[in-house]
Design a binder for this molecule. Structure first.
Ligand code: MD3
Ligand code: FE
Length: 203
């Protein structure tokens, strides 16, 4: 059943499991146009997670900071459109968590190889402060950290598996969160990869 992690944060276990192969097929179409890349943080660190985007705008990093841009700086082209399977899943998951009419304009796709991690952070580059973020986990499992509104709040840990969807809205929208280093393993649909897709409303 659905599990409430905190006010506004809903873990929908297995919500995307039966469409996972469609989602992964559509990830491949996106990355054929906008390849995965390792962004360099404004502080000069190369991220261990490889990223790309689809949708109207995509999240990028520059020396002066993070921003959402309509053009992929690596290709000079618009980001690929949000595949229908992505839009459908994002809308249905948000609805199931009590956020009707979710209409994301940005979709960040993260690719983890064994050892890749995402340190504790907040997502606050989106102008829309009310819309939730919807996340879908595919492939290898990972341990996700979910903290509070202060970096020093001790985070809880949850294992996210293939097909799990989490919706982060309301008071949880600006909670600190991260992903511990992904353990080596094998998943029949992704090999040794974990793929995470997040849907956001920026404008
Ligand atoms: C909680 N991605 O892309 S998804 C990210 O698994 C990101 O790749 C992680 O954090 C991943 O920014 C975690 C879960 C997630 C996404 C956004 C959130 C949790 C969140 C925003 C607010 C609170
Ligand atoms: Fe995040």
């Amino acid at each position: 059943g659905d599990e409430q992690l905190a006010p506004g944060a809903w873990l929908l276990r297995g919500f995307a499991r039966d469409m996972a192969s469609t989602l992964l097929h559509d990830v491949a179409s996106v990355t054929a146009v906008a390849p995965f890349r390792h962004l360099v943080t404004p502080g000069g660190y190369t991220m261990s997670v490889a990223m790309t985007n689809c949708g109207r705008v995509g999240w990028t990093s520059e020396a002066r900071g993070y921003r959402y841009a309509g053009i992929d700086p690596q290709t000079g082209q618009a980001w690929p459109a949000l595949p229908d399977s992505f839009a459908d899943l994002a809308r249905r998951a948000a609805q199931a968590a009590g956020f009707p009419d979710f209409d994301p304009d940005a979709c960040l796709i993260n690719r983890y190889t064994p050892g890749s991690r995402l340190s504790l952070h907040q997502d606050r580059d989106e102008n829309d402060r009310v819309a939730p973020i919807v996340s879908v986990s595919l492939g290898l499992p990972a341990v996700f950290q979910f903290g509070g509104l202060a970096r020093t709040d001790k985070p809880a840990r949850y294992r996210l598996e293939h097909g799990d969807v989490v919706v982060w809205g309301g008071p949880s929208r600006f909670a600190y969160h991260g992903v511990l280093p992904v353990a080596d393993g094998y998943h029949p649909e992704t090999g040794n990869l974990r793929i995470n897709i997040t849907f956001r409303k920026v404008f």
